[in-house]
Write a protein that binds this ligand. Sequence first.
Ligand SMILES: Cc1cc2nc3c(=O)[nH]c(=O)nc-3n(C[C@H](O)[C@H](O)[C@H](O)COP(=O)(O)OP(=O)(O)OC[C@H]3O[C@@H](n4cnc5c(N)ncnc54)[C@H](O)[C@@H]3O)c2cc1C
Ligand SMILES: NC(=O)c1ccc[n+]([C@@H]2O[C@H](COP(=O)([O-])OP(=O)(O)OC[C@H]3O[C@@H](n4cnc5c(N)ncnc54)[C@H](OP(=O)(O)O)[C@@H]3O)[C@@H](O)[C@H]2O)c1
Length: 280
Amino acid sequence: MARDDMTEATVTEQAIPKVPTLPDAQTVTHVKHWTDRLFSFRCTRPASLRFRSGEFVMIGLMGDTGRPLLRAYSIASPSWDEELEFYSIKVQDGPLTSRLQHLAVGDEIILRPKPVGTLVHDALLPGKRIWFFATGTGFAPFASLLRDPQTYEDYDEVIITHTCREVGELAYGAELIDGIRKDELLNELIGADNLSKLRYYPTTTREESPRMGRITDRMRSGEVFTDLGVEPISPENDRAMVCGNLAFNLEIKELLEGYGLREGANSDPKEYVVEKAFVD
Ligand SMILES: Cc1cc2nc3c(=O)[nH]c(=O)nc-3n(C[C@H](O)[C@H](O)[C@H](O)COP(=O)(O)OP(=O)(O)OC[C@H]3O[C@@H](n4cnc5c(N)ncnc54)[C@H](O)[C@@H]3O)c2cc1C
Ligand SMILES: NC(=O)c1ccc[n+]([C@@H]2O[C@H](COP(=O)([O-])OP(=O)(O)OC[C@H]3O[C@@H](n4cnc5c(N)ncnc54)[C@H](OP(=O)(O)O)[C@@H]3O)[C@@H](O)[C@H]2O)c1
């Protein structure tokens, strides 16, 4: 290359920034792959972003057309955290996650800072025990709520059930629960011994594990209540939040209504709330 050409190349590089800054850009600080279909990542949090644990935001990447490609994502980190955490599926031909799964530390994502959602404490009337029912990535909003001290201040007992096809798909949740039990501050609220007010109930449906079967079937048979040593769900004592696929949400809703619980909303708190983990 002639000397003049080299100079010209340098000038051009200076004129056009190498990495164009995205609108509402946040920087990825941590990435962990859990299975070939699941990963989690953390990113910087806009100083102005306030949210309630359990809410979701729109995140994404710049699309090929130059317009942002955005999807709804539950914030998996609690509202007090300095960073934001997300727990994500990898859909091989999915417009967003076929690319999002290749995120690396230092990359930028787009984050629209308008949190919304129904899986919030404000949408429930006071109760003694709260149930979080999740399938698959529906665990994400509960990863936030389980790390929020308010959850343990508001309830005597917190039960999280997580149903996945395979054992490996439980790992993110299992590690998170383990971390909460070892966390000094949260430990004071939940108790570190066998009398802990945090109960974890994982089940798998397509791979052998200590507890097999759909949570809905184990509720109908009463096994879940026997296993945990608790009374069946009642509107006087129990509150519930549900996040899974559409069929799961509908089945749980029917069960909860059968126990006498009514669906609440931000503007009209009642005994249970539901949100889709994804759109089928
Ligand atoms: C309120 C809300 C909150 C959400 N929170 C999360 C979250 O925290 N983590 C997350 O991974 N996704 C979440 N999603 C789904 C997310 O918005 C996208 O659908 C997902 O990131 C896939 O995007 P995509 O463009 O690759 O494929 P899409 O075109 O959006 O989806 C393609 C297909 O993949 C399947 N699929 C999509 N998402 C999932 C999933 N999470 N689990 C299993 N199958 C799925 C569905 O069959 C869907 O039709 C949420 C959706 C809603 C409505
Ligand atoms: N997980 C995988 O290994 C895998 C691999 C390739 C593609 N996919 C595709 O990805 C999509 C999402 O799969 P996913 O496994 O993440 O989520 P999913 O299909 O929502 O299943 C998650 C868990 O929820 C259970 N479940 C489903 N419907 C239920 C209901 N009505 N009541 C109670 N429990 C219910 C499932 O049990 P059951 O097993 O009994 O349905 C499974 O244990 C699907 O379209 C799937 O075909 C998944």
